[in-house]
Structures are given as C-alpha cells and as structure tokens.
Design a protein around this ligand. Structure first.
Ligand code: UDP
Ligand code: MG
Length: 318
C-alpha cells in the first residue's frame, strides 16, 4: 500500500517542517502502509513556504511538491494534489497540524480491514473556535442539507482518507467552482467517519475570515442546489397570483359597490415589495449565471509554476 498525503499549504512557513516530521513519523509506524509520498501544494504562498518544501524534498524525495503561480485557493490546491497523487490510498490533510496525524492509523485500518472506500474525520466539538463562526457553520449545514440532494455532515472537515477508486471519481468531476465537501458526498460509496477532539492551530494563522467563509458557503449552496432559483420563481408566481386577486377585488368593489379605492400607502408598499422581490430574484439568477459563465470559460483550476516532478531542463513531467 502506497499512501499519498495531499497537503495544501498557504503561508505555512512556521509549521510545515514540524508537520512533515511528526506526520512522516506516524506514517512510518503505520502497519497498513508500506510506502508513502507527500504531495505538498504550495498555493502561491507569500512567505518562505516554497523554500521549506524544497528543503524537505532535498533530503526526502518522497516529499514532492507542486507550486502554483499564484494563490488559487484551497479547493484548487486540493484538486491539484489529488491529481498529482500516485498512491493506492490518499489522505487529505491541513498543514497546520489541526488534523491530528494519530488518526491515520484508524483511518487506514477502516479502509484496509473493513473495506470502506473513504473515512472522513469529524470534529466532536468546536472547542477554542470563534462562537459566531461555529454557530453560522452549524446553520449552514442545516440549510444546505435541507435544500440539497447531497448530505453533508455538520463539523465535517476536509481531513479524509480515500481509496484510489474514490479519488478517481472525485477527479472525474472537473468543474471549475469546486466545493470538495459536497463532491465527496456526491460521489457516493461506502464512507465511515471518525470523531476527534478539535485541535487549535499552534503556529501561523487561519486563512479564513467572515467574508471568505460567506463566499465559500454560497459556493456550496450554488454548486449543490438549485432550490434558490425555485424559491424566486415560486415567490414570483405567488405575488402574481395575489396581485391578480387583489385587482379583481378592487374592480368588484368599484363596479358593484361603487366604492372608490383609496390607498396611497398600499401602493407605495407594493411597489417597494415588488421591486425588492424582483431585484432579489435577479440577484439569485445572477449568482447562478456567473458560475455558469466561469464554467463555460473552461479556465484551468490552477496553474503550476514549478514542481519537484518537472525536469527543469526540458520542462517535461517525469
Ligand atoms: N490553504 C490553502 N490556500 C488558501 C487557504 C488555505 O492552501 O487559500 C490551506 C492552509 O495552508 C491549510 C489549510 O488550507 O493547510 C486550512 O487552512 P486554515 O488552517 O487557514 O483553515 P481553518 O483551519 O481555519 O479552517
Ligand atoms: Mg487550520
């Protein structure tokens, strides 16, 4: 069994060597694994992460790296890492040691002995994490599970070990807007989960802020559900229906009962309401359209500037 460890890295100079040391130790002691390789993806780091990766590669050729021409985001790094991996088993890990390497033993056991196709790590709690972030994240999972066909577990992470077949299926989804957690669920297969205690980041800092997370969750919803589009159509339909009804009532009032209908305020209110609903619906439509637009452009998900696999002389992959 060859294990590939896919590790996206963005500005991780403080911790990357420690990560490599500790994790490779665990992998060497793992009885289910005969051989290993690291596939580090340097996602356009602005610090000395790449130099550190080169240093690790200089004494351990099993620690390969791929370096992007700029920061393409974690999703792109994951995609590239999976593409460059050669193992029979592949595990996706963060570089900051928040994904505890002692779980690798249990993950590989579940796949090798219990024939699972993938094993995902789920945080048992969110200790030490920002309360608002934890709350919003929980709400996001409830929401997306209620409007999407694919089910995603709350507190799930990207820490997951997979078989080659599972990874090939994940890679067969070559979309530009990637929401990997959804893709993992979408491909199906027999999946196990392991719970672990949340670990706080020791060194360096989290790359996520509120707006990045908001964008990420929007990505998830738009990639895996068309319910928002349906809601806006339904809203439009209901509004039309009630407007016609009210119009009929007013006509009857005027012609049958001779009442003159007053209501400047109602008029203003309904104009504002309609305007709001229209703009909202156009906005929702626009979100889907913009994703489709990017998809149609068919741009590459990432661009590699250099890697440990490229023979610099003739620029050929070896
Ligand atoms: N990461 C990346 N590209 C980015 C942002 C993050 O490759 O644009 C990597 C980062 O180096 C780390 C992992 O994704 O290995 C998780 O990032 P982080 O620890 O900041 O996220 P958190 O643990 O706070 O969710
Ligand atoms: Mg982290």
């Amino acid at each position: 069994m060859l294990l590939s460890l896919v590790v996206p890295c963005y500005n991780e100079e403080d911790i990357i060597e420690k990560f490599y040391k500790i994790t490779s130790q665990y992998v060497r002691e793992n009885k289910h694994i005969n051989d290993y390789e690291f596939v580090f993806i340097n996602d356009g780091s602005k610090d000395r992460t790449l130099e550190k990766l080169k240093k690790i590669n200089s004494f351990d050729k099993k620690a390969r790296y791929v370096s992007f021409s700029r920061n393409f985001g974690k999703e792109a790094a994951i995609y590239s890492g999976l593409q460059h991996s050669k193992g029979d088993l592949i595990v996706l890990m963060d570089a900051d040691l928040q994904h505890p390497p002692y779980l690798l033993e249990e993950m590989s056991r579940k796949i090798v002995e219990e024939s699972y196709d993938s094993v995902g790590a789920v945080r048992a709690d969110r200790k030490g994490e920002n309360k608002i972030r934890a709350y919003l994240s929980k709400k996001f999972y409830t929401f997306i599970n209620s409007i999407s066909d694919v089910k995603m577990e709350a507190n799930s992470t990207d820490y997951r070990m997979m078989t080659r077949q599972f990874v090939d299926s994940v890679l067969s989804l070559s979309e530009y807007n990637r929401f990997t957690k959804g893709i993992f669920s979408w491909v199906g297969y027999n999946n196990a989960t392991i719970k672990y205690e949340n670990v706080e980041r020791e060194l360096g800092e989290s790359k996520w802020n509120f707006f990045k997370l908001l964008k990420y969750s929007m990505e998830g919803i738009i990639s895996f559900s068309t319910v928002p589009l349906m809601i806006s159509s339904l809203l439009g339909f209901l509004l039309c229906f009630f407007s016609i009804l009210i119009f009929l009532i007013f006509i009857i009032k005027y012609f049958v009962f001779g009442e003159i209908v007053k209501g400047f305020l109602t008029l203003i209110c309904s104009i504002f309401l309609l305007g709001g609903v229209q703009l909202l619906s156009i906005g929702v439509l626009g979100q889907y359209l913009s994703k489709a637009y990017l998809e149609v452009k068919n741009r590459p998900v990432y661009i590699v500037k250099e890697s440990s696999d490229i023979n610099e002389k003739n620029k050929k992959y070896i």
